[in-house]
Design a protein around this ligand. Structure first.
Ligand code: MN
Ligand code: MN
Length: 295
């Protein structure tokens, strides 16, 4: 990576961190999830970045892959455990970061701390030739020492330009990964913990989509929307809310694109045991002797 690329990563990371902190300050009882998602995305644009994916706001037993859809009137309730996950890209270079916030109560402080401590330990292991299996083992050990369960089928991931998942996975348990970290790798590390099953699954969509193949189908309006998605989001995830700003019939058009398998819908992932889920995430760049946290 040249210095210019590293600077773009640093800028994306810095904006993502600020957006995460800004978003966390907006999560309060009675506030619409929809508004927080829109505020944070607007904040990212104003800071000179672009959202790398729609703001994720997963509540309670939901772990990931939910953003408010058009007309969603859900508000944060007292006691909600909220995973705010923010991605920012600068010229395709991504910073990915998440924090867990409990709304108005403090029942899950230890669960949240377990993911924060696990993340810190994982970051401490990040250097060239680190085995991702050792990182997963460290995450698991810390989460279990708090008497919670790591989520075994969610992982951290390496990233490349316009690629959220570039090949290397960083597991949250031991025995699940076989890769080795290299200098200059860009890696998002994201421990998830729960008091439930430690496994997520989902069928229902969470209003987050990705273009599979930009095939021109349908009439003029549909073709224009496909072109818009391809030019603006490339292969990164996008939302119905974003498309609606360009196309007032976005909701029905996206349904058509789903049926034609032009776009993919991410399933909303929940703990299969109905447990409460917490997550912490940072993006790091691997250096010669350790790593630099960019978020
Ligand atoms: Mn994330
Ligand atoms: Mn991530």
């Amino acid at each position: 990576m040249d210095e210019e690329t590293i600077e773009k990563y640093r800028k994306a990371g810095k904006i993502a961190k600020a957006a995460r902190e800004y978003g966390a300050s907006k999560v309060k009882e009675g506030v619409l999830l929809f508004d927080v998602a829109e505020y944070v995305e607007e904040f990212i644009w104003k800071q000179g970045g672009r959202p790398a994916f729609p703001i994720n706001l997963a509540l309670n037993d939901a772990a990931a892959h939910f953003t408010p859809g058009l007309g969603d009137d859900t508000i944060f309730q007292k006691g909600d455990v909220v995973k705010l996950d923010v991605g920012v890209q600068v010229d395709g270079y991504i910073g990915d970061t998440a924090v867990t916030i409990e709304v108005g109560t403090n029942h899950w402080g230890d669960l949240i701390r377990a993911t924060e401590e696990a993340l810190e330990a994982a970051i401490g292991l990040m250097k060239p030739n680190a085995r991702v299996d050792d990182v997963g083992a460290a995450i698991q050990r810390i989460i279990e020492s708090h008497n919670f369960v790591p989520i075994e089928n969610l992982t951290g991931h390496s990233m490349e330009r316009y690629k959220l998942h570039a090949g290397l996975s960083v597991p949250n348990v031991m025995g699940e990964g076989s890769g080795i970290v290299k200098a200059q790798d860009v890696i998002a590390i994201e421990p998830f913990a729960t008091n439930g099953a430690g496994m997520v699954d989902g069928k229902k969509g969470g209003n987050i989509y990705r273009l599979i193949k930009p095939r021109p189908i349908g009439g003029r309006e549909l073709k224009a929307l496909i072109k818009h998605i391809n030019e603006n989001y490339s292969s990164l995830p996008f939302s119905e809310r974003w498309c609606h700003k360009y196309d007032k019939k976005a909701k029905q058009h996206i349904r058509k694109l789903l049926r034609a398998q032009v776009v993919y819908s991410y399933p909303l992932l929940k703990d299969v045991g109905g447990g409460i889920v917490a997550q912490s995430e940072h993006t790091v760049i691997i250096t010669e002797d350790g790593c630099e946290i960019i978020t």
